[in-house]
Design a protein around this ligand. Structure first.
Ligand code: ADP
Length: 542
């Protein structure tokens, strides 16, 4: 089972699916909470506006014993214009305001209720013509009048929706709309904030449903309280929660599904790489993963993986070729050694034959040893394990000595060996022995692969702090497609198979030049031949 094999819960797909589900749930939760509180707040605001209108109206009627003129609306004192306050100050001494009302149709007309010297006073003023009228009201406390108003408003509002109550400072009921006894008891006991303050709003729960309560202490100490049922609001909020719960589960599942599908799409590239890695681990290096455009990171992973497998395949093939070549190169001399040894052991021979046999065996052994040593040296040079002994020497003199060493074989083949060197010494700081190996190998090859009567040109120059030396010949040349190959171990071009060699010389040259920070290139020379150029930057002695 997939579950038990890989541990489904620990897969990236599962984790992303869970992450998405949580993200969806969180976003949904945030949206829901915002909607919930916005809805609740706007409901309460509407309710508060309604209650405050009632409260102002009833406070006016209770204090004045007169019906409230509905063309006026209550305004906070800070919104009463300065000009109006100055007129009042001028006209009437020691007036302390209780409430202010402004004509809705004519904003210049104000009515203010207040006290002056302990008496209730009503002011009417018109800012347009500065007309002013003050009236001392009969002592406040028109509870009977208010009761009638309560009754008619309760009738208008509908029973059970809005409640009105006027309590004396001792919590006796002075006037009230019809009340359930339990609610009445609750409101009488309620902890009203002390002092004569602005309208207070709160939510109470005297029974099964919540109520919004607005109350205000009047200047004579009575408490005018008005309540509105929040039952409808609570019901709609409960419905909202139910909708949230019902839609929340599918949204959670949709989130998980979206996450899982997305993860499956993006992880499919990694899956393909894993499956390919399994096949490759079993030994098939020919497999490559195709890119399906799952995103640049996955494409990059696939490209890098394919490159890695390609390199490993090339390396494995090279290793195999090298092993084959070593086996081949060792088998020939070993077979020869065996043949000679068997011949020598087959019967009594003359001493000279034994001596020749031993000498031949020694020579074969020397060749094999040479081959093994060269391989080791190439590996060590490539890996940087060889210690480079730097010394200061004249590159020009070193090249001249190498050419002298090869002048004899060149002469034997009637070849013209030309040296083109700078006029002055070229002082360098490097491993002289290694560079000598480079020059010797290139000269050896040039003479070897050039027929009798040909020419070999050695040239040394210094350009922009870079030593450049080349060996050109008029030999058999190298086919273009074979040029990059000749620096690989044991590679021998087709047209050179008949000549002696093991295909390791140029590998060693390339390893030494690379280790010294330089480069080697090969090009064709017209009409026939090749030119090897070695570039060595930064070796000039200071
Ligand atoms: P070897 O000379 O022992 O065969 P090298 O590594 O020196 O091995 O050279 C590798 C191959 O490169 C040679 O076998 C030959 O085919 C080719 N080669 C090298 N130098 C020359 C040259 N000057 N002219 C033509 N072919 C060359």
């Amino acid at each position: 089972m997939f579950w038990s094999k890989t541990g489904f819960l620990s897969t990236v797909k599962c984790r992303i699916a869970v992450g998405y589900a949580l993200l969806f749930a969180l976003s949904f939760g945030v949206v829901f909470t915002t909607v919930y509180f916005y809805w609740r707040l706007s409901h309460l605001e509407t309710m508060d506006r309604k209650l405050s209108v009632f409260l102002n109206e009833f406070a006016y009627e209770y204090l004045t014993g007169r019906e409230f003129d509905t063309t006026f609306g209550a305004v906070p004192f800070k919104r009463v214009p300065e000009a109006a306050l100055r007129i009042i100050e001028r006209k009437i001494d020691g007036f302390s305001p209780l409430s202010a009302f402004r004509n809705v149709g004519d904003e210049q007309q104000f009515t203010l209720l207040g006290t002056q010297g302990g008496r209730l006073c009503r002011l009417r003023l018109n800012l347009a013509d500065e007309s002013f009228e003050a009236e001392i009201m009969k002592h406040a406390g028109h509870a009977g009048f208010l009761q009638k108003e309560f009754n008619s408003e309760t009738y208008g509002e509908g029973r059970g929706q809005t409640f009105f109550l006027l309590l004396s400072p001792e919590r006796e009921v002075l006037a009230s709309s019809p009340f359930a006894p339990q609610l009445l008891a609750f409101l009488r006991e309620f902890d009203y904030r002390p002092g004569q303050e602005s309208v207070q709003y709160t939510i109470i729960r005297p029974g099964r449903h919540n109520l919004r309560l607005a109350y205000q202490r009047q200047y004579d100490g009575t408490i005018l309280a008005i309540g509105g049922s929040l039952h409808a609001m609570d019901e709609s909020l409960d419905r909202l929660i139910a909708i949230f719960c019902i839609t929340g589960i599918p949204i959670l599942l949709i989130g998980a599904l979206v996450g899982w599908l997305l993860a499956r799409r993006f992880v499919s590239g990694i899956d393909r790489v894993c499956r390919a890695a399994d096949v490759i681990a079993a030994g098939d290096y020919s497999l490559r993963v195709h890119s399906a455009g799952e995103g640049s990171e996955i494409d990059h992973l696939i490209r890098t993986f394919n490159r890695m497998v390609g390199n490993t395949e090339t390396l494995m093939n090279e290793q195999r070729n090298i092993s084959d070549n070593i086996a081949h190169d060792l088998r020939t001399p070993l077979t020869r050694i065996l043949g000679r040894a068997e011949l020598a052991a087959s019967g009594r021979q003359e001493l000279e034959i034994y001596q020749n046999t031993v000498a031949d065996i020694g020579e074969e052994c020397y060749r094999m040893l040479n081959l093994i040593n060269m391989m080791l040296e190439i590996s060590r040079t490539e890996s940087g394990a060889v210690e480079i002994t730097r010394s200061r020497f004249d590159f020009r003199a070193m090249l001249r000595r190498s050419a002298e060493l090869f002048s004899m074989p060149a002469e034997q083949k009637h070849q013209k060996l030309t040296l083109r060197l700078p006029e002055t010494p070229v002082l360098v700081c490097c491993d002289q022995q290694k560079l000598q190996q480079v020059a010797a190998n290139l000269l050896d090859n040039a003479i070897k692969f050039t027929p009798e009567g040909g020419a070999v040109d050695v040239e040394l120059s210094v350009c922009d702090g870079e030593i450049r030396f080349s060996v050109a010949d008029t030999g058999c040349g190298i086919r273009e497609e074979e040029r990059p190959e000749i620096f690989k171990r044991f590679y021998r071009a087709d047209n050179s198979r008949s000549l002696p060699g093991n295909g390791l010389g140029l590998s060693l040259v390339s390893a030494i030049v690379t280790a010294a920070g330089g480069s080697i290139t090969v090009e064709a020379v017209l009409p026939r031949g090749s030119r090897f150029t070695v570039r060595l930057p930064g070796l000039l002695a200071k």
